[in-house]
Write a protein that binds this ligand. Structure first.
Ligand code: PRX
Length: 647
């Protein structure tokens, strides 16, 4: 068991929510009352919330249709448009001058975009896309740095009913190609390059490389000039974003679509080699983006400045950098660059300069900031902060306590949010001004969310570890895996006979009903809050001509949460520099986030009699732990010694 998990099991500190502020859900009693409303009338309560929080063109006639479970339909009969909910309605309410997006570039440049301006840009982009032949239901891949144009592109898709699929800018051209092909995209929106550590990195060449083979569905590439780097263009195919938008009118009628119209596909890793396109739809996703902004962050759109540090290439960036804050009519901050550039005070400088009030980041970032030293936050005025959030991996109590003490000055609520790409938004999280917190626990399920910990047979487990499940559908749940209905059913619903959604995480519920997430129980790694499949990295390794077989496991890493350890069997002799070559190969196949930390070579991999790789044994070896598996049946005992050697 990792040290982080052991310390989570021993954790018994508890902190009361800050007094003196009336939160959106103001007390535990109010939380219980809302939960009780859901128990009494699940559909009716969701229906009321959807009616209050969203702008409908046609009201829905049925809240939840379970007839085709696990394919659930929410808010049937309803018609609406996401960009209208995020933009037009705020402008119509007289908030056009309010800043929608504050953007800061790595070099310190700042752009402030009002709701009126954002609406005009989104309309122009939507018109430009229409002119390129993009229609409702068409897929558009967005491969961009963290710049406002990325949000404009997403919202413009939603305005005309196109389905976006954002691919994280650090994914390689091959990973990009796979996603473009799987989604059958008609258009790719990209930029020349972005900023990183004071330099410009090129993005567009990756698009050219991706499109050089296959990808026959792609007709055009819209190119945002941002990095200033020279990039080749393909006449007829590539179109300059600014030129295309400039000739378009600043009005575009939003297309009302059905509640279940697909909004986006976002690829994420599973336990097989091929990433899966998680499908989210319109009404339910938008409703939960907005509700969780209110409930988990106590977001006040008139006053707060909300900063979620996640890249828009991840679900956190979708829901909490773009859709959540904008659907509420508030201000969201986007930063393009490395959070520790030019020094470890950058994050805190941004908080001071823009008076950030709600700050949301990942444990891996917190651990890096701890390592940099307390003198960095001490240099800046952080008094504007009022809520601190975390997401993406289990937070070790030490990191939680640092966040609470050093950044929160023991006065701010720490909101540890458990959720996934598949859940669309927070599932388990404290209400910042109602729920007492415990370091390392995501605390309690949000109202309307029926989370539980069960054993292999689906029986509830209290006290001991078990499998985390959701026992009722929720509006922002994934609606499927793009093009693969069977995989959707098999991955999430097969285990408990279509009754419970199986999250793939292990968890424990303590005597107060608090949830302690213990990490993945499948072959999914969480490296610096980035989700990666072990099989994905294994297939990248075996695609190298010198590799016969590979097994990849995670091992505890103080900063990254998990590190990647690869065990490799070669086809021929070991050659000098092979480890570096294999690392580079994985980076070219997937992206820098998948680069193995540790590569070990052996004549064979340890397998059970039935031929299965002994992964627990490999995890022990990778972590340098004592071996607990019975290895007496292994044909070649020396393999263990070989695998224990670092290259
Ligand atoms: O293992 C859980 C972990 O991240 C996984 C989901 O990854 P992804 O789909 O990339 O979404 C990340 C952002 C929502 C989960 O299955 N995870 C996420 N949040 C937490 C967490 N583990 C522990 N505590 C959290 N707060």
């Amino acid at each position: 068991m990792s040290e982080a998990i052991t310390s989570v099991l021993e954790e018994n500190r508890s902190f009361e929510p800050p007094a003196g502020h009336q939160g959106y859900i103001p007390s535990l009693a109010a939380y219980e009352a809302l939960k009780a409303r859901f128990s009494d009338d699940f559909d009716g309560t969701w229906g009321d919330l959807a009616g209050q929080h969203l702008l409908w063109r046609e009201p829905f006639t049925r809240v939840l249709n379970r007839e085709k479970a696990p394919f659930f339909h929410w808010f049937e009969g309803g018609m609406l448009n996401v960009s209208e909910n995020c933009l037009d309605r705020h402008v119509a309410a007289g908030l056009g001058k309010r800043t929608a997006i504050v953007w800061e570039g790595e070099a310190g440049q700042v752009r402030r975009i009002s709701y009126t301006e954002l609406l005009a840009d989104v309309c122009r982009a939507a018109n430009a896309m229409r002119e390129l032949g993009i229609k409702a239901g068409d897929r558009v891949v967005i491969y961009m740095p963290m710049i406002p144009e990325a949000a404009v592109a997403m919202l413009a898709c939603s305005r005309i009913g196109a389905i976006h699929s954002v691919v994280f800018g650090a994914f390689s051209s091959l990973a990009l190609r796979d996603r473009i092909e799987d989604a059958g995209a008609r258009l790719v929106i990209t930029a020349d390059g972005g900023s990183r550590r004071g330099a410009v990195y090129a993005l567009k060449p990756n698009v050219d490389e991706a499109l050089s083979e296959g990808c026959h569905t792609v007709r055009h590439v819209l190119l945002v000039r941002h990095g200033g780097n020279e990039v080749p263009t393909v006449p007829g195919r590539d179109i300059d974003w600014h030129q295309a938008l400039n000739v378009q009118p600043a009005e575009c009628e939003p297309l009302a679509v059905e509640s279940e119209h697909p909004l986006f596909i976002l690829y994420t890793s599973g336990s097989t080699g091929k990433p899966k396109g998680i499908l989210h739809t319109t009404a339910g996703y938008l409703l939960w983006s907005r509700l969780t902004m209110c409930w988990s962050f106590d977001f006040n759109p008139a006053e707060d400045l909300f900063w979620c540090t996640a890249d828009i290439g991840w679900i956190t960036g979708h829901t909490y950098s773009v859709y959540g804050p904008l659907c509420c009519g508030g201000t969201t901050l986007m930063y393009e660059g490395v959070p520790t550039w030019p020094d470890a005070g950058r994050i805190w400088k941004i908080c001071e300069d823009h008076a950030v009030s709600i700050f949301y980041t990942a444990p891996t970032a917190i651990r890096a900031l701890i390592k940099a030293g307390d003198e960095w936050p001490a240099k800046y005025d952080l008094s504007s902060l009022r809520v601190l959030g975390t997401v993406g991996e289990p937070i070790n109590p030490e990191a939680w306590m640092w966040y609470y003490r050093v950044i929160g000055k023991e006065k701010l609520p720490i909101v540890d949010t458990w959720w996934q790409t598949e859940t669309g938004g927070h599932m388990i999280a404290p209400l910042p001004f109602a729920t007492p917190t415990k370091p390392g626990s995501a605390t309690l399920p949000l109202p309307g969310i029926d989370a539980a910990v069960v054993d292999e047979f689906g029986h509830t487990v209290i006290g001991d570890g078990g499998l985390l499940v959701l026992r009722q559908p929720w509006p922002s749940m994934l609606r499927g895996i793009w093009g693969d209905e069977k995989r959707y059913v098999d991955t999430y619903w097969r285990k408990f006979g279509s009754r419970y959604y199986f999250a793939g995480d292990g968890a424990r519920i303590d005597e107060d009903g608090y949830f302690w997430i213990m990490g993945r129980v499948d072959d999914v790694l969480n490296v610096s809050g980035h989700r990666l499949g072990t099989m994905e990295i294994e297939s990248a390794l075996v695609s190298h001509h010198q590799v016969a077989e590979a097994a990849v496991v995670g091992r505890p890493d103080e900063l990254k949460g998990e590190g990647i350890c690869a065990f490799v069997v070669l086809k021929g002799e070991f050659t000098e520099g092979l480890a570096a070559a294999l690392r580079a190969h994985v980076v070219s196949q997937i992206g820098a986030i998948a680069r193995p930390d540790d590569i070990r070579f052996a004549n064979s991999l340890p397998k059970t009699r039935s031929g299965k790789i002994m992964r627990r044994l490999l995890r022990d070896i990778a972590a340098g732990r004592e071996i607990t598996d019975d290895i007496s049946t292994l044909e070649d005992q020396t393999v263990i010694e070989q695998l224990q050697q670092r290259v």
